[in-house]
Design a protein around this ligand. Structure first.
Ligand SMILES: NC(=O)c1ccc[n+]([C@@H]2O[C@H](COP(=O)([O-])OP(=O)(O)OC[C@H]3O[C@@H](n4cnc5c(N)ncnc54)[C@H](O)[C@@H]3O)[C@@H](O)[C@H]2O)c1
Ligand SMILES: [Zn+2]
Length: 377
């Protein structure tokens, strides 16, 4: 079923999407200019006082606006350095100690305002602080709007791998304002686009057709209507999946399409050489290749997807990796159960399938092809 809204609404685009979890349902308020609704939404859904967490780049671009929304430096706004290397237990400790000093109580609320890194760190810290306090997501990157801010997964990395320490902690609400994307560097739009393409491939044929017929270029140019369409479709899709499978059994695993190889590449590059989105794009490339190689996806369809992927891959960094070593990293992934990697592959666009019977030689062959491809670009 398509999740693209039927009508465009250029003047003040906006919509509200429900995440209908049985225990704690919440809403995603999405549009252009929605940040001004924060005080009203906080009055309605917030608890206690708001304590904001952001990073230096977001503060630089949006600090005065955050100030207007009630975030005051040194009082209730904590600014972390940017970057994936902040996603550590050490940052969680630092943040929680700052909250103690600033008198954050169990009845207060943390506002995570930033990309997926800030959402994951602040959300996980909120899940742990005094055994759990409320939090709100205000995503500022395309990646966090279409994926990270919805669904309640929070966590930090270990040197051994991505997101290996974490908790499910659902926000009170999510406030998505696509205006934040105006200050996002273009290569960060590509990062978020990786998750948009993932969503189209696993669940939304109409979104896929839109991307094929010019949507991809419009999104990467930052056109508001295209961004609104894509973000709405992705949030709606994720809300549906998460509502059916909050704690990730089989259904929610489809959201990991492209992430098994993606996470391994990210880890292999020490979280420095490839961003999450870039690693996911390469991971999607590997997952399509593996889907074709194992006969799960017909070659023609795979080729059509590769045509869409190819121009993106030419714009992102590659990695020189050892397929054997990457295979070992794959075995640390959370999608490995009883020592067997559970692969999310595609049967066709919109039809993902979980396969446990992919052999080591098949995986190594595809990793070898990926290495060659990276070497050629
Ligand atoms: N929890 C989940 O379900 C989930 C899902 C997907 C990804 N993730 C995680 O999200 C992280 C990646 O998120 P990301 O791609 O948003 O990275 P990020 O948070 O590092 O943000 C990317 C860069 O953009 C800057 N930035 C953010 N908003 C900006 C703005 N509006 N203007 C200018 N600069 C801005 C940041 O400072 C940073 O330098 C990874 O750690 C990944 O594991 C989590
Ligand atoms: Zn992802």
């Amino acid at each position: 079923m398509s999740t693209i809204p039927k009508t465009d609404n250029p003047a003040g685009i906006g919509t509200t999407i429900k995440v209908p979890l049985s225990r704690q349902p919440y809403e995603v308020h999405l549009g252009s200019g929605t940040r001004s609704k924060f005080p009203e939404l906080f009055r309605q859904f917030g608890r206690g006082r708001a304590f904001w967490v952001t990073d230096r780049n977001v503060e630089k671009a949006w600090g005065s606006e955050l100030h207007e929304l009630g975030a005051t430096p040194a009082a209730n706004l904590f600014v972390l350095p940017p970057g994936e290397d902040q996603k550590t237990l050490a940052t969680v400790e630092r943040l929680c100690r700052r909250w103690i000093v600033n008198g954050v109580e169990r009845g207060d609320t943390i506002v995570a305002c930033g990309g997926g890194v800030i959402g994951d760190i602040a959300g996980f810290s909120a899940a742990c602080y005094q055994r759990g306090i409320s939090f709100i997501q205000v995503p500022t990157t395309l990646l966090s709007m279409v994926d990270a801010s919805v669904g309640g997964k929070t966590g930090v990395d270990l040197p051994e791998g991505k997101n290996l320490i974490g908790a499910f902690h659902q926000p009170l609400f999510v406030l998505v304002d696509i205006d934040f994307l105006k200050t996002l560097p273009p290569h960060r739009l590509i990062d978020g686009y990786a998750e948009v393409l993932k969503t189209a491939l696993i669940g939304d044929l109409t979104l896929f057709d839109f991307l094929k017929s010019g949507g991809q270029q419009q999104i990467l140019k930052g056109e508001p209507q295209a961004l609104f369409k894509a973000v709405t479709a992705c949030v709606q899709f994720k809300a549906n999946v998460v509502a059916k499978d909050e704690k990730e059994t089989d259904l929610r695993r489809i959201l990991n399409f492209g992430h098994t190889v993606g996470h391994a590449l990210e880890t292999s590059g020490g979280f420095q050489q490839l961003s999450h989105g870039e690693a996911v794009l390469w991971g999607l490339c590997a997952a399509i290749e593996l889907s074709m190689f194992t006969g799960t996806l017909i070659i023609d369809k795979g080729g059509e997807i590769q045509l869409l992927l190819q121009p993106l891959l030419e714009h992102i960094p590659a990695l020189d990796f050892d397929p054997q070593a990457l295979y070992q990293l794959l075995l640390h992934d959370k999608k490995v159960l009883d020592g067997i990697p559970h692969w999310v592959l595609l049967e066709e666009v919109g039809k993902p399938v979980i396969r446990k019977d992919v052999s080591q030689p098949q995986i190594l062959e595809v990793l070898g092809r990926l290495k060659l491809k990276m070497g050629r670009l």
